[in-house]
Design a binder for this molecule. Sequence first.
Ligand SMILES: [Zn+2]
Length: 323
Amino acid sequence: MSEHMGDPSNYIRKRESRAEHGQTRDLSYPPLPPSLVVPCYDNHAHLEIADGDDPLDYLQQLDMASSVGIRGVVQVGGDLETSRWSAEMASREPRMLAAVAIHPNEAPAYEAAGTLDAALAEIDELAARPRVRAIGETGLDYFRTGEEGRPAQHRSFEAHIAIAKKHDLAMQIHDREAHDDVIETLLRVGAPERTVFHCFSGDAEMARLCADNGWYVSFAGNITFKNASNLREALEVIPRDRILVETDAPFLTPLPHRGRPNSPYLIPVTLRFMAEHLGTDVAMLAAQISSNTELVYGSWDAEPVSNGGASPWDEAIDPSELA
Ligand SMILES: [Zn+2]
């Protein structure tokens, strides 16, 4: 698990897949795109996952992102280990805010082990830490989890909604092939004030429904994929003040780099694609999305980091000791 120990880098997971869609992936990082003139944010990334032949650590990724006009990243956890890491790193690194949660595909395993309640209690504790600004990613996933895992997913999702409301945090939803039940749950129990559909996967009709409820829609690099006309149609109808952008790094790398490792420095590729599709100016869209992002998560500068940002990685951390 903690394979970074003793290593100056900090990965706590390795991305296993060397193939995507039956093809061997190109495991080199894409080149830096031209810098944005108006800066923007990446509101969903997993910087703890090592990917590629020569993985970039979180600090290299943030430095590259800064060099092309990305002001900050929301670093997202999906289990206790990665949620602890996210909260800890956000407390040290001024360009990072954290989201913490048990991912819907992890919830059934915690439930089967009898540890879901304890895990949710720790997420509740992490939610109170400085620079933790969102609960996520939580939600429902009927693609990777079968029927037998659904009760645990539903219980976990509702508990996360309650935690987000209790701490007045934003919530990032993971919704994979579960649109109806995600929406039903949000409407039944009441969504947190700032609710984001991370890596939005619906269509124009669902985007309208999200906007009507005041929810945000975050687009990832897959909006550039040829078969993703539903996402482009959603982008066309959603009010500009509800749009966010993310990488979901190291996954979902935008064209023309699909399949290679993703990183927040590739936000400009997706943003330029979105602006072109909308027939709008990149700077205008970046300004709008920056403003939306700060309304959802607050300012990256609002809470100081614990070490003044001087030396964000003095020694390797064993995430299991962080709690
Ligand atoms: Zn994610």
